[in-house]
Design a binder for this molecule. Structure first.
Ligand code: AMP
Length: 498
């Protein structure tokens, strides 16, 4: 087995690795580092969690050990698709370069240009950036890329998903032809293959087995359900999510809830907060300072639930996540592996739940084909009895509040909702028709029907006022049991209001 000491890394780097507690190089490190150190271009097919960051940072530090930085001309460049990933590479760099005098600047959005300009003006050895921000600096004439000797493109497949490939091509063209390129991608889509053919020179291809399996320490489950109506899918999912969370009880220390779209990240976070959960959203449209604060809060245990998009959570190294919830079934099967891989790290037990409306079963099938296993199905947790959930009708009743079933109490009782978000409060959100409460023997449609707008209300909308009046009187009779002993037939004069 390869040891770090076999890799001809700078002794100062070896010291930092030892202090980080790493004993042996990961497969991508063992394969990529020797080639990188000889100056070859490397095409690394590996994904987050394989130790790929160190596989380019360690040789970079070693090679940059000789030479000095010049003002506004960085000697190396690392491009990452998101601010968080760029910041994570910078953290890695700080860890492994701590015994060297190398300088670094991080160019990401949300940080003032002025501070970044000052660093670049002084001259940096390593520039870590997101493509858009780098080009902004370049276009402002603050930066020259002609001194770049080593260029790294990290997570190229994500760059492709985010539409950064034209930016990457531009940046490649701004750097010298003689540069060394270290290029990493989890997958090799045709577009990625095209740019590697154009910009890499006879690269050494290193590949670590694609992680298409989920760790054995993760207990997985999927809840396939049929929404009562298509337009209620999202609200029913929010309800189901809360039911599962409550059902998991103390097993949950914290969790990441993944949504496919940013808009849903916001909606789910808002709904969770409304129901008293400690939850915050994270996605690319949020301010950098907010994202950093949220991530730190989640890492430190101040925030219990992180509602995230794939891009924002991609590659984030957050240890100790007890639960992952797929609010949406991921459209790309590999995203399932990434998402689920946020929990059950380092041999700990993790839990991953997926909410799957029947319309999304096709994505679930693709996931199961990729991971080569069937994700166990679960029924929706035992939820409300339909009558309890019918909050609007209960509220109409003239019965004193204390007689109402707990589930019918509106979530307005704030302290209650805050202290213990319960299944009961779930029933009162939005127009939620909780699927989970659909008893198995009762088809979802039927439940929906019993819960849709009360029949009287619908009739009332249609009928003229006089007729309504008559009906109401009839109802009064029934409700108050005012007339006794007349059987079904009640003479009209007895129905007249007093
Ligand atoms: P990455 O794939 O670069 O995001 O790395 C994933 C995690 O593995 C990070 O927390 C690294 O600190 C850690 N790591 C990287 N290399 C090693 C190694 N050789 N031994 C143990 N952990 C490592």
């Amino acid at each position: 087995m390869t040891k770090f000491s076999d890799l001809e890394l700078d002794p100062r780097v070896l010291k930092a690795i030892e202090e980080a507690g790493y004993e042996t190089p990961t497969p991508i490190q063992a394969q990529a580092i020797p080639h990188a150190l000889t100056g070859r271009d490397v095409l690394g097919i590996a994904q987050t969690g394989t130790g790929k960051t160190a596989s380019f940072v360690l040789p970079m530090i070693t090679m940059l050990g000789k030479g000095r930085a010049r003002a506004r001309m960085p000697r190396s460049l690392v491009l990452a698709p998101t601010r968080e990933l760029a910041a994570q590479v910078a953290e890695n760099f700080e860890t492994y370069a701590k015994h060297t005098k190398l300088t670094m600047a991080l160019l990401i959005g949300g940080v003032s240009f002025k501070d970044q300009d000052r660093l670049i003006d002084r001259g940096v050895d390593v520039l870590i950036a997101t493509p858009g921000r780098l080009l902004d600096h370049f276009q402002r004439g603050k930066l020259m890329l002609t001194g770049v000797q080593i260029m790294v493109v990290d997570e190229a497949d994500r760059m492709l998903d985010m539409g950064f490939i034209p930016d990457i091509e531009k940046i490649f063209k701004l750097t010298p032809f003689t540069r060394q390129t270290l290029f990493f991608s989890a997958t090799m889509a045709p577009e990625i293959t095209r740019i590697t053919q154009e910009f890499l020179h006879n690269p050494e291809r290193v590949e670590v087995a694609r992680q298409a399996t989920t760790s054995d320490t993760i207990v997985q489950a999927v809840c396939v359900f049929k929404p009562s109506r298509k337009d209620r899918t999202a609200s029913e999912k929010r309800n189901l999510l809360r039911l599962i969370i409550e059902n998991e009880g103390d097993k949950i220390t914290n969790g990441i809830i993944f949504c496919n779209r940013k808009i849903d990240v916001d909606l789910v976070a808002k709904s969770m907060k409304k129901h008293g959960y400690d939850a915050s959203p994270i996605h690319g449209d949020l301010d950098q300072s907010v994202r950093t604060r949220t991530l730190n809060g989640f890492r430190d245990g101040e925030i219990r639930f992180l509602i995230a998009s794939d891009v924002a959570a991609r590659g984030l190294d957050i240890p100790n996540v007890s639960h992952v919830f797929n609010f949406d079934v991921p459209i790309h099967a590999e995203d399932y592996v990434h998402r689920v891989g946020r929990t059950g790290r380092a041999g700990r037990e993790g839990h991953a739940f997926t909410l799957c409306p029947v319309a999304d079963e096709k994505y679930l099938n693709a996931i199961e084909a990729l991971v080569k296993q069937t994700v166990p199905r679960i029924d929706p947790p035992n939820a409300l009895k339909p009558a309890k959930a019918d909050a609007p009708q209960e509220e109409k009743s003239s019965a004193p509040a204390k007689d109402k079933p707990a589930a019918a109490k509106p979530a307005r009782s704030r302290s209650r909702a805050k202290a213990a978000p319960e299944v009961a409060s779930a029933a009162t959100e939005e127009t939620v028709q909780p699927v989970a409460e659909t008893p198995t023997e009762q088809p979802a449609e039927k439940v929906a029907r019993t819960r849709s707008k009360p029949a009287e209300a619908k009739l009332a909308e249609k009928q003229p006022a006089a007729k309504q009046d008559q009906r109401n009187r009839g109802r009064q009779r029934n409700d108050n049991n005012a007339i006794v002993g007349m059987g079904d037939h009640v003479p009209a004069f007895l129905q007249r209001s007093l």
